[in-house]
Ligand binder design. Sequence first.
Ligand code: ZN
Length: 281
Amino acid sequence: MDAHKENFLRNEFLTLSVNGALGRSRTYSKSATEEDKNRFRNALREKLDETSALYKSAVTEKEHLSIIENLSNDLTVRFHHCLRNGRFRIGIAQKALNLYLKYLWCVNLVSQPPHCPFDSIVIRHIPNCDNLSWTSIDSIEDYMKLVQNSQRMADGEPISEWELKVWTDSIQSERSSKIHQATKVQQKKRRKEINGWRVTSARFHDGLKQAMSRYRNSELTTAEIRKIVEHTPGLADHAQFIYPSDHCINHTNKGACWCALTDKAIFKRIRRGVFFIRNMA
Ligand SMILES: [Zn+2]
């Protein structure tokens, strides 16, 4: 990979990893200043980048565990004054390092990492670990509990691969719930259109009543009514929106006129396609 491209990616990945680890993890003490936080972030970035060089070739699980411990201890010693309970916890350190390694691995800048980042989404997919929160754990034993239970879930597959699937699946299920919501919005829109249609049929009520007044007390077919409408100025252009079935005393439709089922209705439906024109005042 071209050096500029690699530097660009490393910088982006460091930002994503540091944000992912520090974002909602309550890393700092209450008294930490903005300057403390900036210095800490920069130190973590530097340390992650330096550490990642070790992963150019395969790292064993044992080595990986001691690298996580070292990351946690080194930053604890340097920044205990601005860290919550004076510790850069194992849970947050593993997230930062494992996330950075995952990104680098995906673009072939390091070999396959021994583990995967553990956060709340991944932990949700690990049995017997719902009492562990990645932001609180601070021992290698708890961390190994996550590793071992996820290895059981991965069923022989490396957990770095397993975690990519867990993530893809959870993104997909989130997406399909978004599609579900979009469908709901569409349905709502359709209902609104039906309401718009209601406005449309009501818009022609007066004109239709007027046009039908000559045919009072008689029966007409839909086709005959259609012909009358098509020859009535003011209605002709909208004939496709005007249906006798929308203005019946004994019948209603989706999008019917306000007069439907009231004594102001223009028609009485005799049978399908045949309407009696009511004697309206
Ligand atoms: Zn009407």
